[in-house]
Design a protein around this ligand. Structure first.
Ligand code: C5P
Length: 231
């Protein structure tokens, strides 16, 4: 029996629906991910409502600002008792170090991870914003910087797991969205991988939204994914 690596992405502004759904899914997932959509509507009190449910929370707000401001935001977020929070690696070394120091000072158990290159950006987009591509090289460059600054891991696409695991070692957290069980609707995700394939490739956690939340029976969908993972 494995620990369940699935963080279900609750992407909604409907607090009642979000809480009811999370309560029903609790036996079949390992945590919830709350992002900008939910946080912009419900803020810290919305996050606390999930902490009260007793499920680990990944607060996906992708902070990116000067070090002092990010440190303050991270202190506030870690103070909500979340298990994982994130920043943009492109904020640079001083910002990354400030983020991890701030989190450790408030809650040593909060994991701080970084976004490297948004999976919505291709090589031409990197060129347009003046970043050195190809995207795969930039991902590895920013993930190495993230580890060297003392953070716990990165968010990455399933197709980056192999290269990052090999370069960054077994303990670095690789948190992976873009997961689709066989036959599931792709939605706006393009390069996807199945849950078991991603876990077997070395993912530490899987972020799964619509294949669970938009299913006609979300509990059955989450249970089937958990079973496929041997959880
Ligand atoms: O519904 P779906 O499974 O595509 O949801 C994936 C979740 O992961 C969404 O909350 C999305 O914002 C997030 N995410 C992503 N790709 C990234 C980073 C985060 O899909 N590169």
């Amino acid at each position: 029996m494995h620990a369940n690596p699935v963080f279900v992405a609750i992407d909604t502004t409907d607090l009642g629906h979000a809480k009811a759904l999370a309560a029903r899914l609790k036996p079949h997932v390992g945590g919830v991910k709350l992002g900008l959509e939910f946080f912009s509507a419900h803020g810290p009190s919305g996050v606390r409502a999930f902490a009260d449910l007793g499920l680990p929370v990944f607060l996906d707000l992708k902070f990116h600002d000067i070090p002092n401001t990010v440190a303050g935001a991270v202190r506030a977020a870690a103070g909500l008792g979340v298990d994982i929070l994130n920043v943009h690696a492109a904020g640079g070394p001083a910002m990354l170090k400030a983020a991890v120091e701030a989190a450790r000072a408030v809650n040593p158990k909060t994991k701080v991870i970084a976004v490297t290159v948004l999976t919505s950006l291709g090589d031409a987009d990197l060129e347009a914003v003046g970043q050195r591509g190809p995207a795969a090289d930039q991902v590895l460059r920013l993930a190495s910087l993230t580890r060297n600054c003392g953070l716990d891991g990165v968010v990455c696409s399933a197709h980056e797991i192999g290269a990052l695991r090999a370069a960054l070692g077994p303990d670095f957290l690789l948190v992976v969205p873009g997961i689709r069980p066989k036959g599931a609707d792709l939605g706006d995700q393009q390069r996807v991988m199945g849950p078991k394939e991603a876990r077997d490739a070395g993912a530490s956690a899987l972020v799964i939204g619509r294949p669970i939340t938009a299913a006609s029976d979300p509990v059955a969908a989450a249970r089937a994914i958990a079973e496929s993972l041997g959880c």
